[in-house]
Design a protein around this ligand. Structure first.
Ligand code: GTP
Ligand code: MG
Length: 149
């Protein structure tokens, strides 16, 4: 089924939020299909956010992403892209609802701790960029307790 690319940004890593974030996706009923901690290079961060290259904040966004290690993940499940974005919350934490990751844990749009793919096609592109050797194909023994079909 559907996959999405989720990245815990350097502030999320530094602030000890990795476990909490993973927990939220796991408990929802999504399955973790790939994960790695990496310190990315500037050129790689620029490629990941290439759609935003004309934005005035692009330079500071790239600085932010290379400021420390990030945790890159692939999560799979029904509606993983859209539901993943709901779990994450609005881009600007001032507008993210309490109960969402950004709503619960951050304040500034430039320190919003997590990334999630915004569409199925961008998820495919991002997964190919971050996990060029592919992701792990496994099926949870819990599958039929979460999904009817
Ligand atoms: P991502 O999941 O990280 O892609 O966030 P998003 O899809 O909710 O927002 P978008 O793709 O538009 O922006 C990417 C990232 O750029 C945001 O998550 C912020 O970290 C940063 N960003 C967006 N808007 C602003 C802004 O107005 N100022 C600054 N400094 N950073 C911004
Ligand atoms: Mg985005």
């Amino acid at each position: 089924s559907e996959v999405t690319f989720i990245m815990i940004k350097p502030d999320g890593v530094q602030r000890g939020l990795i476990g909490d974030i993973i927990c939220r996706f796991e408990k929802k009923g999504f399955f973790l299909k790939a994960m790695k901690m990496v310190q990315v290079e500037r050129a790689f961060a620029e490629k990941h956010y290439s759609d935003l290259s004309s934005k005035p904040f692009f330079g500071s966004l790239v600085e932010y992403i290379v400021s420390g290690p990030v945790v890159a993940m692939v999560w799979q499940g029904k509606g993983a892209v859209a539901t993943g974005r709901k779990i994450i919350g609005a881009t600007n934490p001032a507008a993210s609802e309490p109960g969402t990751i950004r709503g619960d844990y951050c304040i500034e749009v430039s320190r919003n701790i997590i990334h999630g793919s915004d569409a199925v096609e961008s998820a495919q592109k991002e997964i190919a960029l971050w996990f060029p050797d592919g992701i792990v194909d496994w099926r949870s023994a819990n599958h039929s307790w979460i999904y009817e079909n």
